[in-house]
Design a binder for this molecule. Sequence first.
Ligand code: AMP
Ligand code: MG
Length: 420
Amino acid sequence: VNIEVVCTGDELLSGLTTDTNSPYFMSKLFELGEMVSRSQTVGDVREDIIAALKAVNGRANAVLVSGGLGPTADDLTAECAAAAAGVRLVEDPAVLESLRARFAKRQLPLTPNNARQALVPEGAEVVHNRFGTAPMFIQRVGRCTLFFVPGVPREYKALVDAEVLPRLAKMIEGQPNRIFRAARLLKTVGIFESHLDAAVKPLAKAHPKVKFGFRTHAPENHLKLLAEASSQSEANEALAKADRACREVLGPFLFGADQDSFPAVVGALLRDRKETVALAESCTGGLASQLLTTPPGASAYAIGSAVTYSNEMKTKWLGITEQMLAAHGAVSEEVARAMAEAVRRRCESTYGISITGIAGPSGGTEQKPVGTVFLALASADGTECQRQHFLGDRERIRQFAAYHALDMLRRRLIRSGKNP
Ligand code: AMP
Ligand code: MG
């Protein structure tokens, strides 16, 4: 089934309102094994809406059109639907009656602009909208079925669930060459998107039923696997095979899949081992601690943090000597190691993590340019320290540093292999 989406509304084009309706519909449709082939947004302009509807009428089998069914002058969808199909606009007595009843209940007169809402394209099937005043109607033009629903998200979602998706499901089930899909999102950290692409590309040939897609959610990079086949079991099998092959290639860069969140994965590893962690942060100002404590239940493993932004506090709270700071600078391997060890000792945690670096935009030197960050991880087995150079602006450098610190811990936990 060739399914398209048309959203109407100036507010969607001016940036005032984000289209949250379409992703809702698309994800629900995806669960039925179908993807929208095209999605567009048009303003509240008569000619534009008519042109968009004419185009989809000739192209798609099913179209979800949202918005513009209200009582105001910028609500043009019904008349445009009629014009695009070359039919008249007619008054639907049932809609008019329900509008009248609704207003009578509140002892309000039915104004002419309210009554306009009862106008629908001739031949359209009106579906009672239990969730609001604007009508929903279904119009058939040639081989195309158009579902017109209000844009108000609450009504939109309710009508999509109750009226649109069940009808689409029937259309999808009925088609002879139905495609079955299975999807997985593999989530990585610490690998560039280009490297991820290069690592995975050689796999594509061996998995012809699987599409590989990439998405960056910096600092995470996601790999989307979408298997398509003529039966569900075939799609599931193809997905499982590709999933295994990718996991092998990605190794420790892979931290989770689908709904997994990075901090929750790190947290689960700690919780399983009944281990704890404490952080000493400088340039990240608490970002890593914030990230670590995002999942509910983080108190099982996150026991404390010291945001020691100044040298003075590095000395007061963590006991970093003035001599060490003077000799190596606050952004140094020596200080990073000492911070991680000190916070671990003081919090009596299994692990101590430290981050000290230059987030910029100023403060960089030739030896230590902006983006230079030292990260240390202390444990009973000793302390490891990394010097990293993160690229980008201040926000990005801090974000990557926070992620990288937790990723050092994650990798250590995986390596130690004590995972039950
Ligand atoms: P309408 O049905 O065109 O009168 O839209 C009613 C209200 O719903 C608009 O003022 C928007 O605030 C909201 N809305 C319309 N379309 C969308 C959309 N695609 N996503 C989220 N909100 C929307
Ligand atoms: Mg509108």
